[in-house]
Write a protein that binds this ligand. Sequence first.
Ligand code: 13P
Ligand code: SF4
Length: 324
Amino acid sequence: MPVPLSTVASLYDRVRRVIPPIEWPAFTDDIEAILALKRKRNAVILAHNYQTPEIFHCVADIVGDSLALARKAMTVDADVIVLAGVHFMAETAKLLNPGKTVLIPDLGAGCSLADSITASDVRLMRQRYPGVPVVTYVNTSAAVKAESDICCTSGNALAVVESLGAPRVIMLPDEYLAQNIAAQTKVEIIAWKGHCEVHERFSPADISELRAAHPGVTVLAHPECPPEVVAAADFAGSTAAMSDYVGRHKPSRVVLMTECSMSDNVAVEHPDVDFVRPCNLCPHMKRITLANIRAALEENRHVVTIDQNVAEPARRAVERMLAI
Ligand code: 13P
Ligand code: SF4
């Protein structure tokens, strides 16, 4: 059944603050097609907070941070899940929905953290620190998760680390997230040298310059930023926690030290807040477009598969996290 044109036109009201009128016509054909394809294929689109507004606000059914996407993936009632995000997120959705078709619109949508560590690296860490539990950030491949005791996200990392009741834990692969959690707990954290290519670029000098240029600005940072950046910020939290912070505190002016689309997506919900926008783009997140979401649904590509021997232990690590 075709989607009424009035439905597509009314979507523009949601995004008019962040998409200029001259750009909107370039999106409407794909939006219309995607809305019709979702009905035809009984599909849902899960979109991460870093997706561009025409995806996040106009075609996604479920949006959120990595933790919310994993939790909500467990409750999806559809035959097909399209993951508008990066590959590890699609793998997590598949782990939690082994019987459903999970599609990632571009196989090149990776992550520098996921690329920083392999399953054999984790086995070597276990040999080096026998008996020390391994907490793995969800920003990793299923093969790495399969070697881990439990997963975490930036939204629950402290709770996960403390849930183990161990004096020491190995926390992989994000060195800065590990250091930022170590600053909040008595548990000794053994880290890996992985970094997010987006968040490692922020510096405390950036924050000083912003505060000088915009007196009174509230600075929020993602915990993948270096510890000195987190220390110089007013608040650090996952993408969902930053969005909640803006909703709860309604700062008159705010800067989000994170990926660029975050500010656009949160700004849509908070027209009364002024967003200062120095940001860094995630090239992997930006590989997902309306055009390749449409192609994913039309051509059933790219189907996410996970080897059975990897899927079972990886699922256990994710489910153990979700049980906390
Ligand atoms: P969140 O879990 O905070 O959404 O972070 C995911 C991510 O990739 C941040 O770079
Ligand atoms: Fe990975 Fe960083 Fe991109 Fe998030 S922002 S997907 S951690 S490279």
